[in-house]
Design a protein around this ligand. Structure first.
Ligand code: IVH
Length: 669
C-alpha cells in the first residue's frame, strides 16, 4: 500500500479509537496497540509532511508555541445567562412565571434541564465537517483563537461524524477538568515540587489559554457540548433536546444528566435531585441550567441585555468560601506520613461545615505560605478532602511566622525525615509509633511476611485497642489468660492464635526483614539483603557504602533502611523479636545459588498454567530474582496473555521475551 493510502487508513482507524475511548468511554484496543498505530502514522507524516491533514489525530499532541492569541469575532454572539441565586425550589418557579408572562401563556411549558458545568465556554467552528477554529467567549462579541489547544482535547472531534457535512456548523460547549484528573495532576505536580492548580475550573481555563499547545496537550481536559452557534446548510431540529441528540450523533460528548420536563415543579425536582448527586459527580458544577425546549419559543422570547429570556442558571451553594486559620496541626497517618492540617474557623462550604483543611506536605504548605491568623479561600468539592486554595494576602494582620515542619514525630517523638526527593516527611519509628501500630502489625503478620495465620485486621484492632499489643514484639509475649478476656475470643480461637504465632517463629531472614515494614524494602529487596549479608547482625551495622555496593540496591532504598536503623526504638523492637525465639536457617543466601544466579526476571500477563507466585517461586528456586519493572538490568521478561507495556519496553531495550514453556525449558535444561 502506498504511504498516502496507509496514512488515510491509519487516520480513520485512530479516529474511530479516539471516539470510542474519549466519547463513548468504551475502547476496543489497549493503549499499547493504539500507540503502535499512532507511532506509524506519525512516522509516515514525518517522512511525507505533505500527507498531514488538518484533522489528523497526530495534531492532538500540540505544535509550535504562539506569541499571542488572534482575536476571533463570533458570527453569533456568545451570551451570558441569567442567574437565579435562590438555592431553593423558588428559583425554578420564578423562572417559569417570568417565561409564561413574556409569552402570555398559561399552560405548562416544556423545558430542557441540564447541568451548569464549571469550566470555560468555547465555540467550535466546523467548515464542511472540519474543525477550523476554536475560540473562547471573550467579551461575547470577540474571543481568542485557541484552536491549537482545543485540538489537543481528545473529546473534541477534529471532524464531524456525518455523511453529509453542513457548510458551517458551530458547536458551543464547556471545556472542563474532571475532579479525578485534577487531583491526579496536582498529586503529580506536588510530588515533583511543581506548581499545583487551584481548582478544576482554573485548571481548564489556564490550560486552554496556554500559548504553548504542548503544555495544553499535557493537561487532562474534557468537553461537553450544550448548544449551537452559526449554522449553514443543516436542518436545525425543533427543540433543544433534538439539538443535543443530533450533536451526540455527530460525535460530541453530551452530558447524560439531562431531562425534558414539564412545568416548574419538574425543574425544582431536577435541581434537588442533581443537588443530592453533586458530590458524587465526576466533575464540578455550580448549578443547573433550564432552557425553554422549543427553539421556536426561544426565538419568540429573545434577549434582554445579552441574556436570553429563555434560559436561566439555578445555582447551588459555592464550593469555595473564606475562613480564618486558627492553627496548624500535624497529623500522622497509618504509614507514618506527617501531614500539616490547617485548623479553620468553621465555615459552610458546598453545604457542609468545614473546620480543617489539608496542606498536604511541607513544600505545599510553604508554597501556599499559610500562617496562623490568615484569611484563606477554602475549597471542598465532592467527596474530596477540604483544601486551602490560597491565602488572601491583603488580610494578613500581624507578622505570624512561616510554617516549619517539625523535626520529630508529634505522636512518638522519634525523628521525622524526608527520604530522597520525596515530598512526604515521615516518622522513622515504623514499628514503635502508636499512629502506625496497626498498619505495622497487619504487615508483620501478613502471609508473605511472618505469615501468622488468622491474625487479620479485626483481631489486630482488638489487640491494639485493648492495650495487649503495642509492637510486633508483644505478639510473642501474649498471655493466654488475658487473650481469653477479649470480646468474641473463645478458648479455641485463643489457642489457634497462639499456635500460629508460635509457628511463625520458624521463618527465613528475608521474610523477617520484609516483615519489619521498612519503607521501600519490599520482598525482593529483603531477599537481596538476606542473600548478600547472610546474617541479620551484618545488616544492622551496614553503612551507606556497604548498601549501595549491592547491585540491586539504590540510594533511595539505602536511605530508607538507614533511617529505619537509625531510630533506637526500631532497634529495640528488632532485638526483642530476636529474643522471643524467632529463627531462620544460617546463611540462607548461599543455599539459593543456582543456574539463574545473578539473573533478573520480570513477569507480565497471565501465564497458561502458573500463577505469578508459582512462577516467581520457580525462578527463585533456581537462584534468580524477580523484579516488578523492566530496566536495563532485566535479563528476561516472561510474558503470558494480555501482557502490559512491559513488553514494549522489553522490545525497546532488546531484552529476551519468553513464554511459560520456554521458561520451564530453561529451568529443566
Ligand atoms: S447555555 C444563551 N448551558 O455558563 C445561553 N451554558 O452562559 C448560553 N455554562 O460561561 C449558555 N454549562 O459556558 C449553557 N449547560 C450549559 C452550561 C452553560 C455551563 C456556562 C457557559 C457560560 C456561562 C454563562
Amino acid at each position: 500500500m502506498e504511504a498516502g493510502e496507509r496514512a488515510a487508513a491509519l487516520r480513520a482507524e485512530i479516529e474511530e479509537h479516539d471516539y470510542r475511548y474519549y466519547v463513548l468511554d468504551a475502547p476496543v484496543v489497549t493503549d499499547a496497540e493504539y500507540d503502535v498505530l499512532f507511532a506509524e502514522l506519525q512516522a509516515i507524516e514525518k517522512e511525507y509532511p505533505g500527507l498531514q491533514t488538518p484533522d489528523s489525530p497526530t495534531r492532538r499532541v500540540g505544535g509550535k508555541p504562539l506569541d499571542l492569541f488572534k482575536p476571533v469575532r463570533h458570527a453569533v454572539p456568545m451570551l451570558s445567562i441569567h442567574t437565579e441565586t435562590d438555592f431553593g425550589p423558588e428559583g425554578a418557579f420564578a423562572f417559569d412565571s417570568r417565561v409564561r408572562r413574556e409569552l402570555a401563556e398559561n399552560i405548562a411549558l416544556e423545558y430542557a434541564a441540564e447541568l451548569k458545568f464549571d469550566g470555560l465556554a468555547i465555540n467550535l467552528r466546523y467548515e464542511n465537517g472540519l474543525l477550523v477554529c476554536a475560540a473562547t467567549r471573550g467579551d461575547g462579541e470577540t474571543g481568542e483563537d485557541v484552536t491549537a489547544n482545543a485540538r489537543t482535547v481528545g473529546q473534541i472531534p477534529l471532524r464531524l461524524r456525518a455523511a453529509l457535512c453542513p457548510e458551517i456548523f458551530e458547536v458551543r460547549g464547556e471545556i472542563y477538568m474532571k475532579r479525578r484528573d485534577f487531583e491526579r495532576f496536582n498529586a503529580r505536580a506536588r510530588a515533583r515540587g511543581e506548581k499545583t492548580l487551584s481548582n478544576p475550573r482554573n485548571g481548564a481555563a489556564g490550560s486552554i489559554r496556554q500559548l504553548d499547545s504542548k503544555i495544553a496537550a499535557s493537561r487532562p481536559l474534557s468537553f461537553f457540548a450544550y448548544g449551537l452557534g452559526e449554522v449553514k446548510g443543516w436542518a436545525v431540529p425543533e427543540s433543544h433536546d433534538g439539538v443535543l441528540a443530533a450533536l451526540e450523533e455527530m460525535g460530541f460528548p453530551v452530558c447524560e444528566e439531562r431531562a425534558v420536563l414539564c412545568g416548574p415543579a419538574g425543574l425544582a425536582d431536577f435541581h434537588r435531585r442533581i443537588g443530592e448527586k453533586r458530590p458524587r459527580l465526576p466533575f464540578d458544577i455550580d448549578g443547573v441550567v433550564y432552557k425553554v425546549n422549543s427553539l421556536f419559543l426561544q426565538r419568540r422570547l429573545g434577549f434582554v441585555s445579552r441574556e436570553p429570556r429563555w434560559a436561566v442558571a439555578h445555582k447551588y451553594p459555592p464550593e469555595e468560601a473564606y475562613s480564618e486559620v486558627l492553627g496548624i496541626d500535624i497529623q500522622v497517618g497509618r504509614t507514618g506520613t506527617l501531614t500539616p492540617v490547617a485548623k479553620l474557623a468553621p465555615v459552610l462550604v458546598g453545604g457542609v461545615t468545614v473546620s480543617s483543611a489539608t496542606l498536604h506536605n511541607e513544600d505545599e504548605a510553604r508554597r501556599k505560605d499559610v500562617r496562623v491568623g490568615d484569611t484563606v479561600v477554602v475549597r471542598r468539592a465532592g467527596d474530596v478532602i477540604p483544601e486551602i486554595v490560597r491565602v488572601v494576602p491583603e488580610k494578613r494582620l500581624a507578622s505570624a511566622p512561616g510554617f516549619v515542619m517539625p523535626k520529630t514525630c508529634p505522636v512518638c517523638d522519634s525523628a521525622a525525615a524526608r527520604a530522597g526527593d520525596e515530598a512526604a516527611t515521615r516518622c522513622t519509628a515504623g514499628l514503635y509509633c502508636p499512629a502506625q501500630r496497626k498498619q505495622a502489625l497487619i504487615h508483620f503478620a501478613s502471609r508473605r511476611a511472618m505469615d501468622i495465620e488468622g491474625l487479620g485486621e479485626k483481631l489486630i484492632d482488638q489487640l491494639v485497642d485493648s492495650g495487649l499489643v503495642r509492637t510486633p514484639a508483644d505478639l510473642y509475649r501474649l498471655d493466654p489468660a488475658e487473650l481469653i478476656r477479649l470480646e468474641r475470643m473463645a478458648e479455641k480461637s485463643a489457642r489457634n492464635l497462639l499456635e500460629a504465632i508460635e509457628k511463625s517463629k520458624q521463618t527465613t531472614l528475608a521474610r523477617f526483614i520484609y516483615a519489619l515494614g521498612i519503607r521501600n524494602v519490599g520482598e525482593t529487596t529483603a531477599k537481596d539483603l538476606a542473600k548478600h549479608f547472610g546474617k541479620l547482625e551484618n545488616i544492622l551495622v551496614a553503612d551507606e557504602d556497604a548498601l549501595i555496593r549491592i547491585d540491586e540496591i539504590g540510594p533511595v532504598v539505602a536511605a530508607s533502611l538507614l533511617q529505619f536503623l537509625g531510630e533506637r526504638h526500631n532497634l529495640e523492637i528488632v532485638e526483642r523479636l530476636k529474643e522471643s525465639g524467632i529463627v531462620w536457617p544460617e546463611n540462607e543466601g548461599e543455599s539459593t545459588r543456582g543456574k539463574f544466579s545473578g539473573k533478573t526476571f520480570v513477569l507480565t500477563g497471565t501465564l497458561p498454567t502458573l500463577t505469578r507466585d508459582e512462577a516467581k517461586a520457580l525462578i527463585e528456586a533456581a537462584g534468580g530474582r524477580v523484579s516488578g519493572s523492566v530496566s536495563k538490568k532485566t535479563d528476561y521478561v516472561i510474558a503470558g496473555d494480555s501482557p502490559g507495556s512491559k513488553i514494549t519496553r522489553a522490545n525497546m531495550l532488546g531484552i529476551s521475551v519468553l513464554d511459560e514453556t520456554q521458561l520451564r525449558f530453561l529451568i529443566a535444561e
